[in-house]
Design a protein around this ligand. Sequence first.
Ligand code: DGJ
Length: 758
Amino acid sequence: MIDARDGWFFVSTRHTSYIMKVGEAGHLEHVHYGGYIPSDAEGLGCIQGPDDIRIGDGTYYDEEHQHTLLARKLLEYSAPGKGDTRESAVIAEYRNGLITLDPLFRSFRIYEGKDYPVLPAVSGEGASTLEITLRDAVLPIDIILRYSAYEEEDVIVRSAEIRNGMDEPLLLRSFASAMLDLPDAGWDIMTFDGTWGRERKENRRRLVPGVSYVDSKLGASSNEHNPLVILLRPETDDRHGEAIAVNMVYSGNHMEKAEVSPYGLCRLIASINPYGFCWKLDKGCSFRSPEAVISYSASGLDGLSYALHRFAERRIERSRAVYSDRPIAINSWEAAYFDIGEEKLLELAARAADVGIELFVLDDGWFGRRTDDTRGLGDWTADTSKLPEGLSGFVRRIHALGMKAGIWVEPEMISIDSALYEKHPEWLVSIPGRKPAVARHQYFLDLTRDDVVSYVLDSMADVFSSGVDYVKWDMNRNMSDYFTSCPEAGHQGEFFHRYMQGLYTLLEKLTSAFPDILFESCSSGGNRFDLGALAFSPQGWTSDDTDALERMEIQHGTLRGYPLSSLSNHVTASPNHQNLRRTSLEDRFGTACFGILGYELDLTKLSEEELAAIRDQVSFYKEHRRTLQHGRFSHLPPSDGAVFWMACSDDEMIILEHQMRNGVNTGRHRRLVIPSADPSAVYSIERREKHVFREDLGDKWDEWASVQHQGFSAVVSGSILSSAGIALPSIFTGKAIEPTTRILLDNASDLYVVRRIR
Ligand code: DGJ
């Protein structure tokens, strides 16, 4: 809901309000972002109070405005040169290096929906938009700020556009999608950081005076710093307290800054990374920023995640598959790597079909000269020595097994050892006269050029026409040797963003032309796991690190901003291929089932017991798939060294109990508490029974096997579950095993199904 009165603007959602007003000198000032305040509330002027202080060395706006000290104000979109010396939302150069701008309120309009033709645009359904135009005090330079309120989801989408009405070019060096000034600096900042194999690990620290920032210069949203950033009160936890999230709907270089000013104000800015960025705007031209999503929650981090998850599924992801039951995959990569041939693959597929797996994904190695990772990228025709009847023939044989067929592609890349390079060496991104840096023996194709985009479009359309039901779109290196040979580029600083525009055009065209294909995005694991990627691919490969213990942290961090349905998780071999950790097959499943389940190991080498365990896992997952893929995710209170995750749908709650290590003689029961349980209801709780393997128990095998093991189930009032919680059965700890004792190893999990029965 949007309202505007007497120079005040109200952008409200069901539980939140964003309030602005035009200040005495014409600047658009920020008043409030937080809990809901109706636009007719009495005493709005009391929120920020008057500017009734003069400071010795303050830089005032001008002689007539001796109270307008911009550095002490909360502003909506700040530019340099008029007294606000905090970080600027915009830096644009004109007349040989001038950067002073003074954007003042000019006009506004309110409309239903959202009119912002920038890829990948958030859907306008369910939105109403406030558009405010600011114009520089002297020059014909307009900045248009857009605020789209999604009432139901408690999310506001922001963006900015700059138009150059001057007769001379403007060089845009830095341009924020959103700037948010907050009246106090009592916040922590939470970021999601890492690198390959340990993406999006949660980090939390106090904001201190100065600027804290995260960014990506990798050419992708990156595994180093995800564009999701959260400000939260020091006392905020999963269930309580205030938190504000900002996230860019963008897969390229980004920067998020939080500044604590000398006056104790906090400024949050989310933008394309100014690093290497310079966009030349000729007379009459405009530049549109990517969109940014903001959300406020007064009910802790889980409340915030809920809003972000629902928003991503409802308004960002456009695939038909968003709410579908996503298939359980078997992926050939860690099962066979490059050692593939049709017979071997079909044997793996048959074994997978037999245990109930639904989708066979043929990963890297099936095309061109691709016998290893030194060659072949760019040549997207099947290697008939591996797939004798081509890709379509292989797809037919997979379909004949009753499975869906999926294929891996890495369309943005070129190998020097490829037919494509022999024909088009000029398509490889490199700076004339320099030897380009290399990663995994591969290079970027210059997607800033229309002819390259057309080639990739056509070659991918051929691949996707083979009858495949699923595509894994990979991208396995970071950018270097930044250079565009696009004739329209006005400046080399346009390279990164033009690349993203080329990529989004490709994805837009291909996903529209093949609406029934399920796309999964991937980038050396999770190097491009962001809202821009999700717009086209409703699921993403979370990380190449599939070790269950590492994945608990990676999935936890990812779930702060991205829905369960977007996390693709595979059960892989033990010892794990990334860190050699041994984890029981059932415990690998426990972590992987929170999201989109798959398998990525050589099933043809597993024992009958292991296959039986997988068969049971698959059937459990199918029974609870709606909840595990599309349920509401939250954290339950940790207990006695274990964390508890919950996925909750209308019908049931699925709970994961995960312990990092098993203690000895811990002497007490771990507790399961479900704070959201309805005190007036009664619930049944049932533990999923797991297979126990001889190697898990070693010398204790015979002793354990001889005990008449009991499952665990209970019927409990919601008043107990939501407050005292229940005691979970004891865990084996070195002496006798009772029928009720359960076996939980290191990095181990149990799953519970909780249903309301009355
Ligand atoms: C990186 C991905 O993250 C892996 O899953 C796999 O697809 C390889 N690329 C194949 O080259």
